[in-house]
Structures are given as structure tokens and as C-alpha cells.
Design a binder for this molecule. Structure first.
Ligand SMILES: [Fe+2]
Length: 421
């Protein structure tokens, strides 16, 4: 029933599901606020009886199947699914071609309650020792948090919406790994229903390979996938100095080997640089703690969600500000990451249509409409990036940039980084 097979990875593409005039430069002062207007409303949930949520036929048929990379280096996957009639088996059979499953792996089963809702039997199975990636050729979805928005419902409907959303994404998430990061809608702190354990639904349903990267918590972890080292941070877990996440990130950045993984990408939920009125400054505390590390480590790209609009920054930093100093504005910095806010994948809350005016100098491009980003890593020096507007079923590449690698495309920065490490 469940299978995993693959072929050798030849190219590597990322697809960002969450998440405007064209631009082809990383540096510069041209600022664009797109004139494309899409109404913020209406934005309504898909009815539960819609075809996309349908329950598979058959007794105890597995549903809500999704996969994630299962280890640090991409030789394993974690396969997750739900059965509803009885626990059934947590075993996965797999092989090197379809219908020939010579191998098997044993997984684990869990379940939980939320108010009076009882979840199905949730299975997670690590399939290890793989030689190849999936049939998709390494395409991976990087998901920047806020998954189902089930927390906008009450009582038993919270769990029911988790189930329907997980069936909805199966058509993609069962066939290519989704790299999860948690958003505020995963917290589900709902004391009025007796639910006070943060991330309860998310942690039961979505496994991550956190132990493989030495993380003590599934909410933050990293994977090395093909030519990219991808670090996932939790905006809603402690990260100030001396906390587990702070200590983990400090060590993880030392482990980045640009010879093996030329590209360094960070995911978080609350954006550090965003000029949208919605959620303004919510990423400031993380900026104060981690921005200097991102610059020093030559992070290439930082993707965030949370704000229901699209925005891309120039390479800027604000690491000299120290409360007492007058250097309070972000300045151009060739060693800094590009910050991309791509929280415009769509949801019940609609778009965040208001940006601050005038557009800040650090903001290269912004538009409030639905869309997603794609990143094609071509080699160790160049990657093609697009933000694609999704307008009524059409994908329109609207913001396009060729990114140069922060390590390999600059001899000077490479020498400096070697000196630091
Ligand atoms: Fe959010």
C-alpha cells in the first residue's frame, strides 16, 4: 500500500507552497510595490463534503499520508498516515520498483484527544538506508508554518479540520517530502476547552527528523538535502541566549559545510523583515538574537510566512544597533541573507493587503495576492528564483531573481568565513 522508491538525484528543486513586475538583481535601490490588486475578501473554507476531503474507500484504509526526510543526509524518509477503524499495522513495505517490495520497516502508532475529539491511529515509520530520492527528482516543499488553521474552529471541529486538511494535502505530501515548520496556528492553546499543551495536534501528526540533527525538540531541526543545508527554526519556542534552541542553532551553524552543501537556507514563521501592516515587528525579537549569526554564517535565503502577502528584501542588516547607538536603520550588507516573506498560500483569513508607505529602502518587491515561490538550485554559485502569483488557477511568475551563492560566488566572503570558523 505504501511504497517508497527513487532514482538518482540529478537536479534539485524546491517548491514553496505557502506562500510581484520582475526584478533580476539582488542589490540595488529600485523598490516595487506591485499595483496588482486582488480583493482581500471573500476567503472562505472549503466545505467538509467537498471532493478534496474525501475519505478513501475500504476498511481501515490508510489516509492522510505524508512524508518528510527522515535523517540528516537524505538517505531516509519518515512516512506518516492515519487509520480510523482499528490500529492496524505500522509496517511499511518498500522496494526499488513499484509492486516489488522486498524490504519492510516497522513504525510506531500514537493517538490523542482534543476536547472530546478522538484522533485516528496515527502511524509514523522511518524507512532508512535508502540510496536514492523520490521519483520527483528531489523536489521538496518547504512549508513555512500555519498548516490547517483548524484552530479557527471550536471543540471537536478542531480535530475534524486537521483530518480533512491532511487528506487534502495527501495528493502532494505523500509523493514528495514536505519540510515542516510550525506557525502560531499550530500552538492551539485553548484553555476554555481544557487544551493547554502547545502544539498538541501538530506534534502528534507531523513528525520531523529532529534527533538526526541533534535537536531536542521536533519544532526546530535541520536537514541536508542535495546541495542545501536547510535549518528550520521555531518562532514560538524560546530562543533567547542559553535556551535549547539558541544552543542548538549555535552548534548547527558550525556544522554547515559549504563544500558539501553550498546553499544555506533558513525557515521560520514570523518574518524578520516585513513592511506589511499585519504582524509588524513580530519577528524583531528573533532578529535581535540571531541576525548577526545569519550574516556571519553567510546564510543565502531566509523564508518566512505568517504575513498573508509576498515581500522580498535586498541584502541588508541591522547588526550594529545596540540600543544606545544611533545606528538604528538597516543598511546594505552584501554578507546578509535575502529575506523572503511568502505567507500568501491562502487560508480562511484572506490577504494582508496593507503595506507601510513609503516602502522601506530594504524592501525590493511586495504584493498582496496569493502565490508561492520556487527555487531551482542550478549549481554551487547560482539559483533561479521565482515568486509566482496564483490568480484564479493560473501560475504567473511575477518576481524573478537569479541568486548568487553567498559563499561560492564571492572569494572575499569565503575567505572571511573560513577565518571565523
Ligand atoms: Fe502565522
Amino acid at each position: 500500500m505504501l511504497w517508497a522508491y527513487a532514482q538518482r538525484l540529478t537536479s534539485f528543486r524546491f517548491l514553496y507552497i505557502l506562500f510581484v513586475a520582475s526584478s533580476s538583481v539582488e542589490h540595488g535601490s529600485a523598490r516595487i510595490t506591485s499595483t496588482f490588486i486582488r480583493s482581500e475578501w471573500p476567503s472562505i473554507d472549503v466545505p467538509l463534503d467537498n471532493e478534496v476531503f474525501k475519505v478513501p474507500k475500504g476498511y481501515n484504509a490508510p489516509q492522510q499520508v505524508h512524508i518528510i526526510q527522515g535523517d540528516y543526509d537524505g538517505k531516509a524518509v519518515i512516512i506518516s498516515w492515519v487509520t480510523t477503524d482499528e490500529p492496524g499495522s505500522s509496517k511499511v513495505q518498500y522496494g526499488t520498483s513499484q509492486k516489488k517490495y522486498d524490504f519492510s520497516a516497522d513504525g510506531t502508532m500514537t493517538n490523542y484527544t482534543f476536547y472530546k475529539y478522538k484522533s485516528g491511529y496515527i502511524h509514523h515509520c522511518l524507512v532508512d538506508g535508502l540510496q536514492h530520492y523520490m521519483q520527483t527528482g528531489g523536489q521538496t516543499v518547504l512549508f513555512v508554518g500555519d498548516l490547517s488553521y483548524a484552530d479557527r474552529y471550536k471543540y471537536n471541529d478542531v480535530g475534524i479540520r486537521w483530518d480533512s486538511w491532511s487528506r487534502f494535502i495527501e495528493q502532494s505530501a505523500a509523493y514528495q517530502p514536505w519540510i515542516w515548520s510550525a506557525g502560531n496556528h499550530e500552538i492551539e492553546y485553548m484553555p476554555n476547552m481544557g487544551e493547554v499543551f502547545p502544539f498538541k495536534s501538530y506534534l502528534h501528526r507531523f513528525a520531523t527528523p529532529h534527533l538526526a540533527s541533534g535537536s531536542s525538540n521536533p519544532l526546530w531541526y535541520s536537514v541536508r538535502r542535495a546541495s542545501a543545508h536547510i535549518i528550520v527554526l521555531s518562532s514560538y519556542s524560546p530562543y533567547v541566549k542559553s535556551t535549547p534552541q539558541w544552543k542548538w542553532l549555535r552548534e548547527e551553524l558550525k556544522k554547515v559545510d559549504r563544500e558539501k552543501t553550498p546553499w544555506l537556507i533558513v525557515l521560520m514563521h514570523a518574518p524578520i523583515y516585513s513592511s506589511n501592516v499585519a504582524h509588524y515587528m513580530e519577528g524583531e525579537s528573533m532578529r535581535a538574537v540571531f541576525e548577526s549569526w545569519f550574516v556571519r554564517s553567510r546564510v543565502d535565503l531566509i523564508f518566512a510566512g505568517h504575513v498573508h502577502a509576498y515581500e522580498r528584501s535586498y541584502r541588508i542588516s541591522n547588526i550594529h544597533y545596540n540600543v544606545s547607538s544611533g545606528e538604528r536603520y538597516p543598511i546594505p550588507d552584501k554578507s546578509a541573507p535575502v529575506y523572503i516573506t511568502v505567507g500568501d498560500g491562502g487560508n480562511q483569513e484572506g490577504l494582508a493587503g496593507r503595506f507601510y508607505d513609503p516602502q522601506p529602502e530594504y524592501s525590493a518587491f511586495r504584493e498582496a495576492s496569493y502565490g508561492h515561490s520556487t527555487l531551482e538550485i542550478m549549481n554551487r554559485t547560482h539559483a533561479f528564483y521565482h515568486w509566482n502569483r496564483n490568480n484564479d488557477g493560473r501560475k504567473v511568475a511575477t518576481d524573478s531573481v537569479v541568486f548568487r551563492n553567498q559563499y561560492w560566488a564571492s572569494n572575499l566572503r569565503r575567505r572571511r568565513l573560513k577565518k571565523i570558523l
